[in-house]
Design a protein around this ligand. Structure first.
Ligand code: ATP
Length: 301
């Protein structure tokens, strides 16, 4: 495994505030890695140190074999960065901007390809100030792709997008991963992390509280499933199943969903009861996230 990013014991203090408190990270080349965590967890601080935009207080950081703190040109040419807000010249067309930026790089991507990858093929000859907010964010992506980077930093890439623009952005990011790019993204959306990331880390209060694949994080946290269903008025499930009434039906927590479903459906069939909307759900990544980040908050309190 070739590491694109290696972080050991990274620390960052802002005067008396320790925003990042000794974190380790290893991101392989070609991986899509998501950094999650509540507001103020230290994600932006960490990512901006990796980008070379902030100075670390301690620890070792290697990005594509370089120390980003040295601001070497070769490293800059191999990275693409999409910030939450960037300023491109809005009076130029998409194609003019991307072509101009591509000119700064030794081995750029064909501007038309960068524009297509960002999903702006139809807007290529429009001025940026005539585009919608979501389309402008795609211009930022096209600009970040102009130098044909190996490594892309995406800071909350779909914040403010409508559902269909989000899906399109996800497909774009998957396409970039398919081209072998390493992608580090920050996000507040669990479904986004689950859909896009090979691995993720959850940060809280300056430390990493969990890291792994989405499946590992969900699996490690709990084997509990929740079974929910509705019954006709006046019908109650047998007491040994330990069902709790909810506003719209019944819910049962279990570590043994197979056996429980056998008992429940056996009872329903024998008695001629319909189990309306029967569902079995595992803990979601969001449940795990909330558990881990609130545990951290409680420990601090
Ligand atoms: P968000 O999800 O809100 O973007 P984040 O996880 O990216 O949060 P950071 O922006 O890294 O968090 O901030 C971590 C902590 O460091 C916060 O308490 C923040 O107030 C503080 N901080 C960040 N930048 C600075 C700065 N330039 N000067 C002083 N304190 C800062």
């Amino acid at each position: 495994m070739v590491a694109a990013i290696e972080v050991r014991g990274l620390r960052k203090s802002y005067e008396s505030l320790e925003a990042v408190r000794g974190i380790d990270l290893s991101i392989a080349a070609g991986e899509v890695f998501a950094l999650l965590g509540p507001n103020g967890a230290g994600k932006t601080t960490t990512v901006e140190i990796l980008e070379g935009h902030r100075v670390r207080s301690g620890g070792d950081v290697t990005v594509l074999g370089h120390d980003p703190g040295r601001h070497e040109r070769e490293l800059r040419e191999r990275m693409g960065i999409v910030l939450q807000q960037t300023g491109v010249d809005e009076y130029l067309t998409v194609r003019e901007i991307v072509t101009m930026v591509a000119g700064y790089y030794p081995r750029p991507m064909d501007p038309a390809v960068a524009i297509d990858l960002a999903g702006l093929g139809e807007q290529a000859d429009r001025r940026v100030n005539k585009l919608s907010g979501g389309q402008k964010r795609r211009v930022d992506l096209a600009v970040a792709l102009a130098g044909d980077p190996e490594l892309l930093f995406l800071d909350e890439p779909t914040t403010g997008f409508d559902p269909s623009a989000r899906r399109q952005a996800w497909e774009t990011i998957r396409g970039l991963a398919g081209l072998g790019k390493t992608i580090l993204l920050t996000t507040h959306f669990m479904d986004e992390a689950q859909y896009l990331a090979n691995r993720l880390a959850i940060m809280a209060d300056g430390v990493i509280v969990a890291t792994g694949t989405p499946a590992e994080l969900i699996g490690a946290s709990s084997s509990r499933s929740t079974v929910t269903f509705g019954l006709s008025d006046g019908v109650e499930p047998p007491s040994e199943l330990d069902a709790r009434p909810t506003g719209v039906g019944w819910t049962i927590e279990t570590d043994q969903p197979t056996g429980l479903l056998h008992d429940l459906t056996g009872w329903a069939i024998a008695g001629g009861h319909a189990l309306e909307g029967l569902q079995v759900t595992r803990q979601s990544l969001e449940d795990v996230y909330l558990e881990l980040t609130s545990a951290e908050g409680e420990a601090d309190a």
